[in-house]
Design a protein around this ligand. Structure first.
Ligand code: CMX
Length: 136
């Protein structure tokens, strides 16, 4: 497995429109893609070779809602880009590393994703992603 870069930092936020005022007017950044995905409203903000993935709960029952209720806004996960996610997941399984997604699945923005369990990664929720051509 080769980890190519930090693809994005997932940040749990209460309100995407409100957060974008800070990120695009307070900071000189741009939101390049927004999407409704599995009970979340998601905004992608490129920063150099990586992105921030702002995650708002809209369903009242997403993983982000539970995280926000427990911790408030903040960094939720870190995503590493790999070139072959199926091979990467197979390698982690062979090493006995606990995964949330034992089979890669479709994520936001056309990415194929798999989460590792935070209990196996020193308390940080980590995600592997294999972007599609137009992902960030
Ligand atoms: N980072 C670090 N630790 C986390 C965490 C996070 N983002 N979310 C939960 N945890 C920890 C909790 O603190 C808790 O630890 P303790 O047992 O020590 O208290 C433990 O994991 C269990 O947490 P929980 O609140 O009881 O939540 P669940 O067990 O129901 O779910 C998790 C936790 C990580 C398995 C679940 O949130 C999950 O499957 N996440 C992956 C999918 C996801 O987060 N999707 C939203 C992101 C957008 C996307 O899908 O692309």
């Amino acid at each position: 497995m080769k980890i190519k870069r930090i693809a994005h930092l997932g940040i749990a936020i209460k309100d995407l429109d409100e957060a974008l005022k800070f990120f695009t007017k307070g900071l000189p950044l741009e939101v390049t893609h927004t999407e409704d995905f599995q009970g979340m409203r998601i905004g992608f903000i490129p920063v150099g070779d990586s992105s921030m993935e702002l995650l708002q709960d809209v369903s009242g029952s997403s993983a982000i809602k539970k995280f926000l209720d427990k911790n408030g806004e903040g960094i939720h996960h870190i995503a590493f880009e790999v070139d072959d996610i199926h091979q990467a997941v197979a390698e982690l399984k062979a090493k006995g590393i606990k995964l949330i997604d034992e089979t890669p699945r479709e994520g936001a923005h056309g990415m194929t994703i798999a989460f590792m369990h935070p209990k196996a990664t020193h308390g940080i929720l980590m995600e592997l992603v294999q972007p599609s051509k137009d992902s960030h």
